[in-house]
Design a protein around this ligand. Structure first.
Ligand SMILES: Cc1cc2nc3c(=O)[nH]c(=O)nc-3n(C[C@H](O)[C@H](O)[C@H](O)COP(=O)(O)OP(=O)(O)OC[C@H]3O[C@@H](n4cnc5c(N)ncnc54)[C@H](O)[C@@H]3O)c2cc1C
Length: 411
C-alpha cells in the first residue's frame, strides 16, 4: 500500500491489526447471516438483531481502542485527524476487506450520518451531556434524515415542518431513503422552520435530534434495492413529534449548512470506499487474467485485456491523486467545496468503470456470487446517486467555473 507519510502508514497498519484481532472474531459469529440474506433480514426486511448487536459491539470495541472517533472533535474524546487520512483509512478498509458492504470492518470509523461528528459540536450543552458519551463510545447509532418523497436533489422542497410550541418543537412530515433508520436509536431530522426563507433557498431549515422512541415517530417500511430481501434505508413518518428546544442542533434556520458540512465529509469517505473497492476488484482481475487461458495463452497476454488493465490502473491513479490533493487542501483549511464535488464525480465514475471492467475480465465468473464482484458493482453504482447525485455535482462545478470561483491551475 502506498501511503506517502510514515505516521499515516503506522495508523493504517495498526487499524488493520486491530480489525484482524478484534473485529474479525465478532464477524465470524455472524458469518452465516452475512452469507445468506434469508438469515440476514427478518420478514419486514430489517436486519436481524444479531447483526445490529454485532455492529454495536464492533463500534464499541473500536471506540475503546481509539479508532472510532479518530476523526472527531477532541471535545468528544476524538483525535481530530485530518481529511486526507480520513480518505486513506476508508480506502484501506474497503480495499483490504472488500465486499459485501455489510461486513463489520466497514463500520468501525464514525460517519457523520450515524455517529459522532463535527456537526455535533453545534448541539446544545444539555444535548451534548445527554447523548455524546453513548454516541462516542459507539453504543448509540443514528441516521441522517434529509431526503423526502418530493425533496431529493432539491432538498429545499422538503415538506416536513417543525413549529415552535413554547420551549418545544412539534415535527410533522416524512423522510425516505434514510440509511440505518430501520435499526437507528435516533434520527437527525431536517425540517422547515421558515417557509419563506426555504422557498428563497436562503435558509429556513433546522436540524433536530429525534430519538426513535419518541411518540409519533414511525418506521413505515424498509426500502429493498437490487433484488435484496431487505435493506438499510427506511421510509419514516413524524406525526406531532414533540421535542424540547434543547434537541435542536445548530441555529434556527441554519440546518442546511449543517447538513452540507456532514455531506462534504461523507463524500471524502465515499470516494475512499468506492476507490478501495475498485482496487480490490482490479487486483482480483489481474490475478484472474494471469491464470485464465484462452486461445492458447493467458488473458494477460492478450493486448485488449492489457489495455483494459492499463486503463483501470490509470483511472485509479488519477482519482487517488485527486483525493490526496483535495484532502491536503482541506487539512490546510482551504475551501474545497468544488474540489470535493469534482472528486465525488470523478472517483465514483472511475471506480464504477474499474469494477465493471474487472467483471468483464472475469467473463461469466464476474456475475457469480462467489466472486462478490456484483456486490462491489452495485455499491459503486449507488455512489452515483448517494450524497448528492453526479448530475448535482456537475451543476455545482459548472456554476462555480462560470462564476470564475475555480482556480483552474489547481495550485
Ligand atoms: C442507498 C441510498 C442511501 C441513501 N441514504 C440517504 C440518507 O441516509 N439520508 C438522506 O437524507 N438521503 C439518503 N439517500 C437519498 C439520496 O440523497 C437521494 O436519492 C439523492 O439526493 C437524489 O434524490 P432523488 O433520488 O429523489 O432523485 P431526484 O432528485 O428525483 O433526481 C432524479 C434524477 O434527475 C437528476 N436531476 C435532478 N435535478 C437535476 C438538475 N437540476 N440537473 C440535472 N439533473 C438533475 C438527478 O441527478 C437524478 O439522476 C440515499 C439514497 C440511496 C440510493
Amino acid at each position: 500500500m502506498f501511503i506517502d507519510n510514515q505516521d499515516d502508514q503506522m495508523i493504517i497498519d495498526s487499524l488493520h491489526d486491530f480489525v484482524d484481532k478484534e473485529i474479525m472474531p465478532i464477524q465470524a459469529r455472524i458469518q452465516a447471516e452475512l452469507n445468506d440474506q434469508r438469515l440476514y433480514y427478518d420478514g419486514d426486511g430489517k436486519e436481524v438483531p444479531a447483526i445490529t448487536e454485532a455492529r454495536r459491539e464492533a463500534r464499541m470495541k473500536s471506540a475503546e481502542a481509539g479508532y472510532y472517533t479518530m476523526f472527531c472533535p477532541k471535545e468528544f474524546g476524538g483525535s481530530e485527524l485530518g481529511i486526507r487520512l480520513w480518505f486513506l483509512c476508508n480506502e484501506s478498509l474497503w480495499h483490504r476487506y472488500g465486499p459485501p458492504a455489510t461486513q463489520l470492518p466497514h463500520y468501525i470509523l464514525s460517519h457523520f450520518t450515524s455517529g459522532p461528528h463535527e456537526v455535533w459540536a453545534h448541539a446544545s450543552p444539555a444535548l451534548k451531556a445527554e447523548v455524546i458519551p453513548d454516541l462516542a463510545n459507539g453504543r448509540l447509532r443514528g441516521a441522517f434524515g434529509l431526503t423526502e418523497p418530493d425533496a431529493g436533489s432539491d432538498s429545499w422542497m422538503m415538506r416536513t415542518t417543525a413549529v415552535r410550541d413554547g420551549d418545544h418543537w412539534i415535527i410533522n412530515g416524512s423522510k425516505q431513503w434514510t440509511s440505518n433508520s430501520p435499526t437507528a436509536d435516533f434520527i437527525m431530522v431536517y425540517a422547515v422552520t421558515d417557509r419563506e426563507l426555504a422557498s428563497q433557498r436562503r435558509g429556513g431549515i433546522t436540524c433536530f435530534y429525534v430519538p426513535t422512541s419518541t411518540p409519533g415517530y414511525r418506521l413505515e417500511s424498509v426500502i429493498k434495492i437490487f433484488g435484496h430481501l431487505g435493506g438499510n434505508e427506511g421510509i419514516l413518518s413524524f406525526t406531532d413529534v414533540r421535542v424540547p428546544d434543547t434537541y435542536r442542533v445548530g441555529e434556527v434556520n441554519r440546518g442546511f449548512d449543517l447538513a452540507m458540512l456532514g455531506v462534504r465529509h461523507g463524500r471524502m469517505a465515499n470516494a475512499g470506499r468506492t476507490l478501495g473497492q475498485a482496487r480490490w476488484a482490479l487486483e482480483k482481475a489481474i490475478d484472474y487474467a494471469k491464470v485464465r487461458r484462452t486461445f492458447g495463452k493467458t488473458l494477460s497476454e492478450h493486448q485488449t485485456i492489457q489495455n483494459y488493465l492499463a486503463e483501470c490502473g490509470t483511472k485509479l491513479y488519477a482519482a487517488r491523486a485527486m483525493a490526496l490533493d483535495c484532502g491536503r487542501k482541506a487539512d490546510e483549511g482551504r475551501d474545497v467545496r468544488t474540489e470535493v464535488s469534482m472528486l465525488k464525480l470523478f472517483a465514483t465514475r472511475a471506480a464504477f468503470e474499474v469494477i465493471d471492467t474487472s467483471m468483464q475480465i472475469h467473463g461469466a465468473m464476474g456475475f457469480a456470487n462467489e466472486t462478490h464482484l456484483f456486490e462491489a458493482w452495485c455499491q459503486a453504482r449507488m455512489t452515483h446517486v448517494t450524497e448528492g447525485t453526479n448530475e448535482i455535482q456537475l451543476r455545482h462545478i459548472a456554476k462555480n467555473i462560470l462564476k470564475g470561483r475555480v482556480d483552474l491551475s489547481f495550485a
